[in-house]
Design a protein around this ligand. Structure first.
Ligand code: UDH
Ligand code: MN
Length: 341
């Protein structure tokens, strides 16, 4: 009897020990499992990209995927006319609602591949600027560009230096945002087709292929002016524009030389898409033709490494932020005794 009850007891002890072992085993496994899930969840959260600080400012809803290569809402050929007088207030009302202060825009539903600074050299051309802003903001929005407009005004009434203003615009824009593409546009150039994309390409881009004043044809093969786009990398490679072209002429052929020397190729849109209308104007005050400038073009190859972004000097006099653009007045240090004869 004693032996029988001992066997019974031993059997149940082994059984309960087994049950306990099985229970502990499964309990550990489940709790380990849930810990792993938590860890996994934690690592997913940690590895999510940091919110781009600019995104939440501009968009109500968070942007989803990358923008498509071909923007879906383009219209093609556009009707452009400069007969209407437009005040800046009217332009602000008509095209400003989606903009952030400083003429800043990001597409609300996708992430642009490039951050584009648009640089406009400027002085005494308020009426042209109104037309430019009225037409360009909606085009750039339809093109889904992540962009800002920088109007770089030459301070004072000294001899104009467009190329130095371009360099200053590049440098000032980069102080504000991590731009990787720069479009340099004359204030009087408005595209006639929104398929002409304001972005950067593998080679420096000449956008203003056909201008109405030249009958929509290229006046000469190497022309590289009016509206051009260079990536930050391309612009650095050519050391930017020359700073030494005072008065009218030559600076665009000089940058064309730089591109040919350092990069070799340029790109252009199709001649039908690359059409522009230029606002008619007379020659500006203090921007007379400089007859010395064409001779400097033979020197580009010798001078471009020391004349450009790496020798740039200017003084910022004022920065104003309008809804439609950032206006930066710069003193380009006009040399005394410039001879334009
Ligand atoms: N610019 C200004 N203010 C000036 C001079 C030039 O804003 O006083 C800027 C502006 O962005 C302009 C660009 O520099 O679009 C180029 O200057 P431009 O328009 O004078 O150059 P363009 O090749 O000049 O158009 C042609 C000379 C005009 C002669 C007209 C004779 N009928
Ligand atoms: Mn012009």
């Amino acid at each position: 009897m004693l032996r029988k009850s001992f066997r019974f007891l031993a059997f149940y002890s082994v059984l309960s020990l087994t049950c306990l072992a099985v229970f502990i085993f499964f309990h550990r496994k489940t709790s380990l499992g849930s810990q792993t899930d938590k860890e996994r969840q934690l690592s997913v959260n940690m590895s999510e990209p940091l919110q781009n600080p600019g995104t939440s400012e501009v968009n109500q809803t968070s942007a989803s995927g990358p923008c498509p290569n071909t923007p879906p809402d383009l219209l093609g050929p556009l009707h452009v006319e400069f007969e209407t007088n437009r005040t800046l207030d009217e332009v602000r009302e008509q095209v400003g609602s989606a903009l952030q202060l400083g003429g800043r825009y990001k597409p609300p539903n996708c992430v642009s591949k490039q951050k584009v600074a648009i640089i406009i050299p400027f002085r005494y051309r308020d009426e042209h600027l109104n037309h430019w802003l009225y037409y360009l903001h909606p085009i750039l929005m339809r093109q889904q560009v992540d962009y800002s407009i920088y109007v770089i005004n030459q301070y004072g009434h000294g001899v104009f230096n467009k190329a130095k203003l371009m360099n200053a615009g590049y440098a000032e824009a980069l102080k504000e945002y991590d731009y990787d593409c720069f479009v340099f546009s004359d204030v009087d150039m408005v595209p006639l087709d929104d398929r002409n994309l304001y972005r950067c390409f593998d080679s420096p881009r000449h956008l203003a292929v056909g201008v109405d004043k030249f009958n929509f044809t290229l006046p000469y093969k190497n022309i590289f002016g009016g509206v051009i786009a260079l990536s930050k990398e391309q612009f650095l490679k050519i050391n930017g524009f020359s700073n030494t072209y005072w008065g009218w002429g030559g600076e665009d052929d000089d940058i064309s030389n730089r591109v040919r020397i350092r990069i070799k190729s340029i790109s252009r849109p199709d001649s039908l898409i690359g059409r522009y209308k230029m606002i008619h104007h007379d020659r500006d005050l203090h921007n007379d033709v400089n007859p010395h400038n064409p001779y400097k073009l033979h020197e580009t190859i010798k001078t471009f490494k020391r004349d450009g972004l790496n020798s740039l000097n200017y003084t910022v006099k004022d920065i104003k932020r309008d809804k439609l653009f950032t206006f930066i007045s710069v003193d380009v240090h006009v040399p005394s005794g410039l001879n334009l004869k």
